[in-house]
Ligand binder design. Sequence first.
Ligand SMILES: O=P(O)(O)OC[C@@H](O)[C@@H](O)c1c[nH]c2ccccc12
Length: 228
Amino acid sequence: MSGFIEAVLGASIPVIPEVKMQGADGLSLLGNRSPVAIAAAYQSAGAGCLSVVTGRWFGGDLRLLADITARCELPVLQKDFLTRESQLIHAKEVGAAAVLLTAALLPGRVLASLVDKALLLGLTPFVEVVSEAEIAAVPHAAECVLAVNNKDIRLRERGPADLGRSERLLPVLRAAGCRAPVSASGIERPEQVRRLVDAGYTAVLVGTALLRAPNAAAWLSYRAGVPR
Ligand SMILES: O=P(O)(O)OC[C@@H](O)[C@@H](O)c1c[nH]c2ccccc12
């Protein structure tokens, strides 16, 4: 099993926190805090891995990823709209452990080839899906993290979130052989983390809400009754 999947399964909190420079509305999420300090705080709060957004819609770039992988020990997922093998090679060089592949944006053949290439490079494919058909198109699902996106990436995450989509698709993720199902985007409150983990999700991926929380450690420690 990949180190990234082990980190998702073995983390002491069921949350993959995300470092993202700005929200879907274009407003800064970091204020005057440094991304590396935020990553360190998430590690201290029990995160087993991190997501780092390099996509320019969200104000990110590869330097952000390089800064965090150089100074933080946790395995890191690079979130961007990756479409080419050369970008996977860069991700590896810059120290990523996992790469986002967005099923909605990639024709089936391209998705399959990028999953293969990522695995060959020793990167864990973190494949975002929104439907049964997209899940069916993911090869080697047991070696990937499959994440249901609760929002619509084609609206650049500006629309509403549907957590019910995660609930409906969980049995399909499991049937596909996914060992570490994740629910991503639009999770705003710790109660929603609990609802998704109770439903059977290994972890949820949270960016905006945690970056806006006055006390991220308190937000992350709300896990009474969440079984691990
Ligand atoms: O900030 P949120 O709503 O908690 O969402 C995090 C993450 O899922 C989101 O940033 C994201 C989902 N898919 C992406 C693709 C590229 C960049 C970023 C993303």
